[in-house]
Design a protein around this ligand. Structure first.
Ligand code: AMP
Length: 621
């Protein structure tokens, strides 16, 4: 007999049909995890052995073309490094230029044919994008949870670092699609970590939280303000090339030196350097619990290190993360005393020195009860559950870290969505054409804080076609920026008189690293004054061009009512303005414009009066 349940709150019937399962996925640099809600609790799915929920984010291509992912692939890092890909998250949405300085750390081959386009990874005679490789990891996670739950899974929430730009978010979404997953939401990792600790689930909560995330390859600190179920990222800071891998590298360098070898002298032998890397990682983990580690490497090298030495080696790296925390607080305009909770995320927060340094800086105990490797995936599962409608609706608000705008005349940046705007967000502005009969309009979208687009980053461009020919200034072109909750930008352009409409989803050619983003912001402050001067000059030139065009038009249309002296005077003043425009002095341009305007204004009135008089005459019977 079927049971019928009645919801006592709203009196509605509840069916017992299972709701669509949405899983939470943490697609990490070093490890990835999948989690789901079971009996109201978030649970990370463990591997077959039941020991660990971590799936190494490693993909191996076997000689028979088959693909291995996870622990078995990680084992191939030593025996077959050329065909084994790790840390692919670092390459998401990046160009070769972005990563070339770090190429030596990848055991595999990164293609550098075209330095401006997205990186590709060469495996034998095939080329793979980071999206395809991430999709392999996601497919493996999907299989893992499907076999445990014995049901197909099609929907997921995937987490990304809070500073990921639209290209990186889009790439993550695409990887999900390739893996056969409908990605319902891209969620910020710190937001997920807070949810895992239950912060924000109570609407009355008001808290300010610092999420310190030190993983294998990246460091992120985010300051969140959580109130009435709204998660607002006040600031983020971080380093895309700082993490546990660097601790491992410091140990490898130390052993290399201890054994009398030159620094980096072993990197030529990819197998040996990978073996040492793995051994260093084992040493580091061992030192989280014990005072000394000792063993012998495959080439006979003695590998010994004690905790005090390890802490001396990593002290500068840990200090860099503390500086990041200081910066994030500064950006959020908060004193350290305003932080209510500090949440630890990422495997590297197990290092005792990291814990004590963070607790010391914030002056309070840190949240570390949940497994720091699982906390983001658990939070993603909770978010998935909210989306599935199983929990009360919680709104997530993030911010866009850099301004978004379009290029206007003279290469000026016209900001449409300013930095630090909460997303999702929508903004629009009206533009027009600058030339008579113009039917196409190029819309180039940029990201950055500088006044001139050449100093900002181009995200993409499109040509709006089919504008009906009209005199300059008449078309009304509305450009809308729609930034969705994932931070992905859609640009819509519409000519209001004719209804011609065009829309694109903006994908930047390559991503922005946290350092680059910081640099762009710093540049904008340092160059603010010179930018302002250039902006004023360009604006004067733009205005002058418009006046010159209309003066020319005026002369052509009103030949019959102007005498020779007047024509000559306008031509001379226009020529003087042209000379001023060619120069660099905005005051001269403005003065020349003023003179031309003052001279031609009464003539324009006269022309208008005559036109009106003729029109009236024409109409009279
Ligand atoms: P994640 O990217 O969050 O998966 O973090 C993985 C990083 O945490 C790797 O660098 C691991 O070596 C490191 N890690 C994992 N367990 C420990 C441990 N017990 N002590 C120190 N580092 C660890």
């Amino acid at each position: 007999m079927a049971t019928i349940a009645i919801n006592l709150k709203d009196g509605k019937l509840e069916t017992d049909a299972p709701r669509d399962l949405i899983v939470g996925i943490d697609l990490g640099t070093t490890n990835s995890l999948v989690a789901y809600m079971k009996d109201g609790l978030a649970l990370a799915v463990r591997d077959d052995s039941g020991k660990s929920a971590l799936m190494p984010s490693v993909v191996h291509f076997a000689p028979d073309q088959s693909v291995l992912v996870g622990v078995t692939a990680k084992e191939k890092l030593v025996s077959d490094p050329q065909h084994t890909i790790y840390s692919v998250k670092r390459l998401m949405g990046k160009s070769y230029k972005d990563v070339r300085d770090f190429e030596q750390y990848f055991g595999y081959q990164i293609i550098d044919e075209d330095t401006d386009s997205l990186v590709k990874i060469r495996v034998k005679d095939k080329f793979f994008t980071p999206i395809e490789l991430s999709a392999e990891i996601l497919k493996a996670l999907k299989l893992r949870i499907e076999s445990v739950l014995n049901q197909p899974v099609f929907k997921a929430v995937i987490t990304v670092p809070a500073y990921f730009n639209d290209a990186q978010r889009q790439a993550t979404r695409d990887a999900g699609k390739l893996a056969g997953l409908d990605v319902l939401r891209i969620v910020n990792e710190p937001t997920a970590a807070s949810l895992a600790y239950g912060i924000g689930l109570n609407q009355d909560d008001e808290q300010t939280v610092a999420v310190y995330d030190l993983g294998g390859g990246t460091f992120d600190i985010s300051i969140l303000h959580i109130h009435q179920g709204i998660f607002e990222v006040l600031s983020t800071h971080g380093d895309t090339f700082l993490g546990g891998d660097d601790f491992d590298r410091a140990i490898v360098d130390y052993w290399t030196k201890q054994n009398g070898h030159e620094k980096d002298s072993l990197t030529g032998d990819k197998s040996l350097s990978q073996a040492l890397r793995l051994q260093a990682e084992a040493a580091k983990k061992h030192l989280s619990q014990h005072p000394v580690y000792e063993s012998v490497a495959a080439n006979g090298m003695v590998c010994r290190i004690d905790r005090a030495t390890f802490e001396t080696l990593i002290e500068p790296l840990v200090q860099r993360t503390i500086e990041g925390c200081r910066q994030a607080l500064h950006d959020a305009k908060l004193d350290v005393s305003r932080i209510d909770h500090v949440i630890m995320v990422g495997g590297s927060t197990r290092v005792p020195l990291v814990k004590s340094a963070v607790a010391g800086f914030f002056g309070k105990e840190v949240f570390d009860k949940l497994d720091p490797d699982e906390v983001v995936a658990l939070g993603a599962a909770i978010q998935a559950d909210i989306l599935a409608g199983n929990q009360k609706d919680i709104l997530l608000l993030d911010i866009t870290p850099l301004s978004l705008g379009i290029e206007t005349m003279g290469g000026l940046m016209d900001t449409i969505i300013p930095r630090n705007t909460k997303v999702p967000s929508k903004a629009g502005r009206r533009y027009t054409t600058s030339v008579d009969g113009q039917t196409n309009l190029k819309i180039a979208v940029f990201q950055g804080e500088r006044d001139l687009v050449e100093h900002n980053r181009k995200l993409g461009e499109f040509i709006m076609r089919g504008i009906p020919p009209m005199p300059a200034g008449l078309p009304k072109i509305e450009i809308h920026f729609i930034l969705n909750a994932d931070g992905i930008l859609k640009v819509k352009a519409q000519e209001l008189r004719s209804g011609v409409e065009q829309e694109i989803e903006v994908r930047s050619q390559y991503g922005i690293s946290e350092e680059e983003m910081g640099k762009m912001l710093l540049d904008s402050i340092q160059h603010a004054q010179s930018d302002m001067a250039i902006r004023a000059l360009l604006e004067a030139r733009n205005e002058a061009q418009v006046i010159l065009l209309s003066a020319d038009k005026f002369l052509r249309q009103n030949e019959s009512i102007l005498n020779e002296t007047e024509v000559l005077a306008i031509q001379t003043l226009a020529a003087e303005l042209k000379i001023a425009v060619a120069g660099e002095d905005k005051d001269k341009i403005n003065a020349a414009m003023e003179t031309l305007n003052q001279y031609s204004a009464p003539l324009a009135h006269r022309a208008m009066d005559i036109t009106i008089a003729e029109a009236i005459k024409g109409k009279s019977v």
